[in-house]
Design a protein around this ligand. Structure first.
Ligand code: GUN
Length: 293
């Protein structure tokens, strides 16, 4: 089977174009959406992500603040900044890049973010709203982007068996909740490191979402003919032939799997570009909800 390559860059561009119209309209009414991005420490991948988020804001005319704090920042200092941002009327979205340094209790920090500004959807109030299917809540950007890709390609989820590999709060769990919700109606299995015979389970899947962070783990014997495969992985693996000394691979062994799939996302260029587009969408949504009369 020749698979359809899901083009995340293209869908992300469509999302941004539609957001641009919304942002222009908000601005013509005197409202500018604003996002604060907080980075603690000097993790190189996080620095790249944070830079991309701020750049995406600039391109759309979203006001942004970038807070790059030293690795020595204390929990108290970080929480104090969050409270300052909660009170700042120019800021509608607050994001603390994950993972923070080990001495920071990430969950405790997130609890301090005003849930109405939690554009990552990590606050327990937003986790609850996702489970309750309350559309006012915020959903983590990567799984939201996956759903947008399925929609953009007209991929039916109702009645389908989706296997989500990975149970993180950033991707796996929210992805499973989105797929099982009444507007998607999939039958969902969440698999993880203790799942027995993962390849056999995955072979029963109509849709596989790989979100484990293990390079090229999903091989041909995981995939049934005609399955849809969404690869959330972004793994750096050493490659001396590349100028940077590494290359990026997904959680799926793309070359081994692609000819079995009806649709597949490449890495890079699949799910990745959607994450920031959905962050922009969540920021505009927060702005609308916070400024509505
Ligand atoms: N680290 C990896 N993905 C994300 C994300 O979506 N949001 C934040 N804040 N940190 C991340």
């Amino acid at each position: 089977m020749t698979p359809v390559m899901i083009d995340g860059k293209d869908v992300a561009a469509q999302v941004r174009a539609s957001l641009q119209r919304e942002i222009d309209e908000l601005k013509s009414n005197g409202v500018t959406p604003g996002l604060a991005v907080v980075l603690v420490g000097d993790d190189p991948a996080s620095q790249v992500y944070v830079g991309s988020k701020v750049k995406a804001c600039a391109e759309l005319g979203i006001y942004s603040q970038k807070w790059a704090l030293p690795a020595s920042t204390t929990q108290e200092e970080l929480v104090q900044l969050i409270h300052q941002l909660n009170a700042d009327d120019r800021i509608h979205g607050i994001l603390v890049q994950s993972p923070p340094p080990a001495h920071i209790d990430e969950e405790a920090v997130i609890l301090n973010i005003d849930p109405r500004k939690d554009v990552d959807g990590f606050h327990p109030v937003n986790v609850a709203k996702l489970v309750l299917e309350d559309e006012e809540g915020f959903v983590p950007c990567t799984p939201l982007g996956c759903m947008e890709l399925l929609k953009a390609y007209g991929i039916e989820t109702a009645g389908k068996h989706a296997v989500v590999i990975g149970r993180s709060m950033i991707v796996g769990k929210p992805m499973a909740n989105l797929l099982v919700a009444k507007n998607a109606n999939a039958t969902v299995t969440i698999a993880h490191s203790r799942t027995r015979d993962l390849p056999a389970l995955c072979r029963t899947a109509d849709i596989i979402v790989a979100a484990v962070g293990r390079p090229e783990m999903v091989t041909s014997d995981y995939v049934k003919e005609g399955a849809v495969v969404l690869d959330v992985g972004i793994n750096r693996i050493a490659d001396e032939s590349r100028p940077r000394g590494y290359r990026i691979v997904g959680d799926v062994d793309f070359d081994a799997v692609k000819d079995k799939c009806s649709y597949i996302t490449p890495v890079p260029g699949g799910v990745g570009p959607m994450t920031i587009a959905m962050l922009m969408a969540n920021t505009v949504k927060a702005c609308r909800q916070l400024t509505a009369r």
